[in-house]
Design a protein around this ligand. Sequence first.
Ligand code: COI
Length: 362
Amino acid sequence: MNAAATYEVRPSSHPRTLAERTAALADLKFGVVFSDHMARARWTESDGWHDRRIEAYGPLSLDPAAAVLHYAQEIFEGLKAYRHADGSVWAFRPDRNAARLARSAKRLALPALSEEDFLASIASLVATDAEWVPSAPGSSLYLRPYMFASEAFLGVRAAKQVDYLVIASPVGPYFTNGFQPLSIWVDAEYNRAGPGGTGDAKCGGNYAASLLPQALAYEQGCDQVCFLDAATGTYLEELGGMNVFLVHADGSVTTPALGTILEGVTRDSILQMCREGGREVSEQRIALTDLLEQIGSGDVTEVFACGTAAVITPIGRLKGTDFDVTIGSGDAGPVTTELYEAITDIQYGRREDVHGWMHRLV
Ligand code: COI
């Protein structure tokens, strides 16, 4: 690592005690507890990236005119640090998150952060807060790198001052019930992203746009919303914060093609594992009407959601304004279960990492 990407560690003056940390790590939920430190760096048009440091986790001081608060010039990432049985700590394909952050930055007119810089920020933070990486089954330290326009300016243009931070949150399962089938509301009214929009960038605005339809999904008694394409209202896109896969009776898998959806790291890993396992794999347009027919005929036997936070979670039911169908038996199917076990075994170091996907942090 060159000196330019070194994060200076300024230890917190008020880290939590062992007793406080032990209490915080008991019975973990998703995204409610945060570690003692955070990584940060600043970019300005004149100086580029500078002032890289690890410092105490705490509130930010932000000018009320900071552009992000007005025009949502913001992007983020999500990845996890996993504790292995020998105590070591590993990230799963962090180079893919670095590459996606770079693509998102381009789309949101934010400055590029190099892969080296990205990896240095997470490695320094996790090394500083290594005790915050939990070891309970299924738990991990969720890392949330993000970048936003901090320049105080109300004109609409790309900001000339940008902040990059990484915060860390010890987490349990994203869905309270863990690996239990979800019910999905397929929303025909609202769209997440249109052609040429920001659907393939990981920016906060996409998630803000998903919140009203997600609330409607809850009203319908469903766990998650699924979006259809904005251009025709015909094809499946993705869920509020995760990708979706179908498993067919012949063992093949299909998932919506890239374009207006997020290129998930878990999505890509599943595609690769399926291909290597001899399954036929296809990234294609999936019409909702075809899917409903295929569920009815038994051609589609399993549907699942996937993402860093969600890992792989079975989907047991699809509901819309004029349908309500159960998929297969409504329980987790064998292919979903097999893929969940394969990916989590690699992430937690229980299975050989033949792809070189794991990156040691501590
Ligand atoms: C992730 O899976 O890491 C996500 O970013 C999804 C969600 C928590 C926003």
